[in-house]
Design a binder for this molecule. Sequence first.
Ligand code: DAH
Length: 338
Amino acid sequence: MPHPLEELRDSALREIAETQDESALEALRVRYLGRSGSISVWGEQIKTLSKEERPVVGKLLNESRNAVTAALAETGERLRAQREASALADIDLSLPGTATEIGALHPLTQMLDRAIAIFRRMGFALAEGPDVETEWYCFDALNTAPDHPARNEQDTFFLPDGRLLRTHTSTVQVRTMQSAPPPIRVIAPGAAYRRDEVDATHSAQFHQIEGLYVDDSVTVGDLKGTIEFFLRELLGAKTEIRFRPHFFPFTEPSFEVDVKSKALKSGEKWLELAGCGMVHPAVFEEVNRARGDTAYDPEKYSGFAFGLGMDRLAMILFDIPDIRLFSQNDLRFLRQFA
Ligand code: DAH
């Protein structure tokens, strides 16, 4: 007559072999091998047996446990494989996959990144300000008279609350000086807005890099050297550069900067790229008034500032014929710069 443990083992093996799903299999494991499972409890009973019976039943118990454990593992593996196979059954592995599209930086962003990298090497830190500004930041603080034509509604986008879309990035000069004392050496890349008649070379939104350097002995020589170094790094060592006297309310003296380079598509023509000059004492004084101190004492400090137009530069470097392409989001255009 088989030992009851043997009967228990055989019925466990039979049930395991017949199991069709993983949770039922787990229930069987608990029933036979769990802490109070019917095979496990034999471990306790052994203590009550006679000396002769004990090794026999002990051996049987070990064998039963091992056999049931192995059967559980084997059936578990089989059921898992079945589940995975049926999950894949509805999937047609021969269908093409979904390609992940890889994006690329916009040509203007690439242009700005190149320019910013050069200024950073010269020790300029990045500064920023909002596109929606007050008239004070855009004009008054920059020594621009109330009747200056740029303040006209014909030229500038005003919001109903009196604020405006900044017409240049020079606003960031004022914001930077307001928040920190000299020395200052920053660039501020960003968008600016004017109510221009839109055509191939004019857009209502354009991009500039503003620069500001204030310290105790900044000269026009520093201004020229900085701009020339930047342009030759960007456009090549053979680039010709010319500073033409000009007028800006917030600098004195002021210049416009033109470049000529065979490397450029514009070839032999002078190309106007930037405005610049020595920060006007009236700007320092207005900043002091706003700060409530004399941190920017015009007797002690001097500085230069510049504003570089980036759209035209990108158009020339990348041979782009129409400024409107920058904002039309046409993938056929954008993919050429990926
Ligand atoms: N803000 C001027 C413009 O948009 C450019 C400019 C001229 C910026 C002279 C400057 C500067 O910082 O010093 O036309």
